[in-house]
Design a protein around this ligand. Structure first.
Ligand code: GLU
Length: 449
């Protein structure tokens, strides 16, 4: 990775030394610090108060044992995490990820990103993240429920609607949030709706929360296109992944007149020139919990399943990586550039490697980082908290207008900030600097805590 400005490089090396082996966390810190040169030059008060060093050190990190019994009566042990990163702007807020790859470095990268993402939404939420190395794939309903109950039996003592408010992420959807909320309610004897977001619509959830991350990313791209006097009409789009973010990104692209010609999961990608059939994809992935190969088989002629190479070799105007971290590397970025892709916007968290970002930016392509483009999910979580606090529930239409307005505001804020700090047109610099300065100013105001 390129060397940073002198003072920032010293801070980064200290982060490497104090957090050994946490490569994803290092990457996310580097990406932010890389944008902060002009900020520290302009605002010496941040350095005087060691704001960056404090930001890189989570306020609290919780690691715990999660014991549970599988269907055959065997004892299973997983590891649970909650990293409460920064509460300068509000209660810690961020999802829980259940995936076998989860370890402290992943939770910390996600929590670190979340601080700035949440700041960008303009809502009063701090940053945190959690999860477990539990793999829900292939587990029965009963096993998932028992795992969630055991996880919450430890985590509940650290949560609260004014303290720490988890939601979903990879491997944690409405089903898991339900089991987690049920156990929290049972242990605390409180119907504290605002303690978790992503709840079901009949028990405190918000309209549009399920759709929000994918819809929001597409609204963000709509705003990017508008700066060039363009829109989605007739555009070819590739969306990686086929989970919650991908599905609703596909839905919104289709509503706006674009065509999503490919999506994927960890077993391969499906290329569907007529446009992904979303109803079928939802049936396969959500109802049957099946794989992309099942979609291709059910779709029949016209849809091709590809199990080699990369989804980014499929020609498109717009690429939306919506699967997972570091899924789009420099070779993929080169394919996208070669095929004329004009915009890459991250629906997932940190899906584009630093080398790929550089390649795209050097080639003059528009790049929107996840902390801006995928902020619609957590923004709508904050709207859910707002409805819970006022014991209200808003219509789908009203909530969607709020989401679209928030995404447009984030887009504009990124561009204005990039301009102000001498990096016109850079969504990456704009997002990092706007998120950072908001949190940094709050930290200064709150004193050395
Ligand atoms: N996991 C989502 C994210 O990466 C949502 C977090 C939330 O709603 O708290 O932003």
């Amino acid at each position: 990775m390129p060397v940073l400005d002198e003072k920032l490089q010293v801070i980064y090396e200290e982060v490497l030394r104090r957090n050994q082996g946490e490569t994803e966390f290092h990457q996310s810190v580097h990406e932010v610090l890389d944008s902060l040169g002009p900020v520290v030059a302009k605002h010496p008060q941040y350095a005087d108060a060691a704001i960056i060093q404090r930001l890189c050190e989570p306020e609290r990190q919780i690691i715990f044992r999660v014991p549970w019994t599988d269907d055959s009566g065997g004892v299973q042990i997983n590891r649970g995490f909650r990293v409460e990163f920064n509460s300068a702007l509000g209660p810690y807020k961020g999802g829980l990820r259940f995936h076998p790859s989860v370890y402290l470095g992943i939770v910390k990268f996600l929590g670190f990103e979340q601080i700035f993402k949440n700041a960008l939404t303009g809502m009063p939420i701090g940053g945190g993240k959690g999860g477990s190395d539990f793999d829900p794939k292939g587990r029965s309903e009963g096993e998932v429920m028992r795992f969630c109950q055991s996880f919450m039996t430890e985590l509940y003592r650290h949560l609260g609607e004014h303290t720490d408010v988890p939601a979903g992420d990879i491997g944690v959807g409405g089903r898991e949030i339900g089991y987690l909320f049920g156990q929290y309610k049972r242990i605390t004897n409180r119907y504290e709706s605002g303690v978790l977001t992503g709840k079901g619509l009949t028990w405190g959830g918000s309209q549009v929360r399920t759709e929000a991350t994918g819809y929001g990313a597409v609204h963000f791209v709509e705003a990017m296109l508008a700066t060039r006097g363009e829109d989605f009409d007739g555009k070819q789009v590739v969306v990686s992944g086929s989970g919650n973010v991908a599905m609703y990104a596909i839905e919104k692209v289709h509503q706006l007149g674009g065509t999503v010609v490919a999506c994927s999961d960890s077993t391969g990608q499906v290329v569907d020139e007529k446009g992904i059939d979303l109803a079928l994809l939802k049936e396969v992935k959500e109802a049957q919990r099946g794989r992309i190969a099942d979609y291709a088989a059910a779709r029949g002629a016209g849809a091709a399943l590809v199990t080699s190479g990369s989804i980014w070799q499929v020609p498109c105007d717009i690429a939306l990586p919506c699967a997972t971290q570091n899924e789009l590397d420099a070779a993929d970025a080169a394919s996208l550039v070669r095929n004329g892709c004009a915009i890459v916007a991250e629906g997932a968290n940190m899906p584009t490697t630093p080398a790929a970002v550089k390649l795209l930016v050097d080639a003059g392509r528009l790049f929107a980082p996840g902390k801006a483009a995928n902020a619609g999910g957590v923004a709508t979580s904050a709207l859910e908290m707002q409805q819970n606090a006022s014991r209200d529930s808003w219509s789908f239409e009203h909530t969607e207008v709020r989401l679209a307005t928030i995404m447009r505001a984030i887009h504009d804020r990124c561009l204005e900030t990039a301009e102000e700090y001498g990096a016109p047109g850079s969504y990456l610099a704009g997002a990092n600097i706007a998120g950072f300065t908001k949190v940094a100013d709050a930290m200064l105001a709150l004193g050395l805590v």
